[in-house]
Design a protein around this ligand. Sequence first.
Ligand code: FMN
Length: 396
Amino acid sequence: MARDTWFETVAIAQQRAKKRLPKSAYSALLAGSEKGLTVSDNVEAFGELGFAPHVIGALEKRDLATTVMGQDISLPVVISPTGVQAVHPDGEVAVARAAAARGTAIGLSSFASKPVEEVVAANPKTFFQIYWLGDRAAIAARADRAKAAGAVGLIVTTDWSFSHGRDWGSPKIPEKMDLRTMVTMSPEALTRPRWFLEWAKTLRPPALSVPNQAIRGEGAPPFFEAYGQWMGTPPPTWEDIAWLREYWGGPFMLKGVMRVDDAKRAVDAGVSAISVSNHGGNNIDGTPAAIRALPAVAEAVGDQIEVLLDGGIRRGSDVVKALALGARAVMIGRAYLWGLGAAGQAGVENVLDIMYGGIDSVLRGLGKASVHDLTPEDVLVPDGFTRTLGVPPSSH
Ligand SMILES: Cc1cc2nc3c(=O)[nH]c(=O)nc-3n(C[C@H](O)[C@H](O)[C@H](O)COP(=O)(O)O)c2cc1C
């Protein structure tokens, strides 16, 4: 990557994205809900965990490779699905290319801006993510389309409670991008000339539509139309999850599990993986950081299914902390979105390199040969750090 666009940490990628993107696009990436307690805790909780490095004993080479849902990946970091618009004209295709270049998998949101066919073509290690939207027939049709496109796993995300208010205000996202909207929004766009030029080159404004909500061959519905349908869909039951798992038939993740009782029910429903996650703090504010809930969930089901974690990962050392506390791998959200906003595909590659380098240096300091050798003893966990959710208090 050109020296002037390279960044050394995710925090710098965030600053660059803030400078480069229009205000509404940048604040859509910040996301979060209500007071932002969970968004903050997701990040800050990692700062409460520590390491005790050796002075001698580092190994010459470290192995970061692992597998997630049957896919070989060269580092234990997967792209988490995010439904965002207008960050970069290449959107999730750029993200998929970056993940492929760095040997890892991508979760593609059903609210993403690029069709699953294009994303799989850029990275065959694509897991398609579904929200519970529409009846079983509609959900099955979207899963069929993803499978026909070559998606190698399904992620079902159910932890969304339609909490919309934010103390710092929500971005103004237009219903659609017509001429009137473009004129109204042009002052915002014109203060971001590099972003504006990137889109101008494509001769098309951001579409603000969700192509993966369409059955194959149909036009992509506008974002807010799909969102409205989602709000109107009755929430799924455990039977629905078991049905979709059976219908899909391949690797299947339930994303957003925070409680031990839910993790056990997910095992009963036949899932192959869960992600301990609070939707990056976009669900109910006040939910503890995902990393605080991880140890109890991993302890309960980690020997039966793959347990991943997402929420608050900003550096390689965070990944090591999550692995030591029982995650097989992590997924990242905002970190790569900021990379995408800062420098497109190269920015996402840069973020994955930051993760790789950070994991590698912690393994070196701890004298570990591989990510598979990490155990809870490798991190310093202060008293009262963990939260065991979904277990009666008497049995903690
Ligand atoms: C802007 C934004 C959009 C998101 N959209 C989706 C989505 O469409 N589907 C989904 O499963 N999760 C979605 N998520 C949640 C992420 O997949 C992931 O759980 C979260 O970003 C992890 O936290 P982090 O951003 O601190 O890494 C979104 C998150 C953000 C920040």
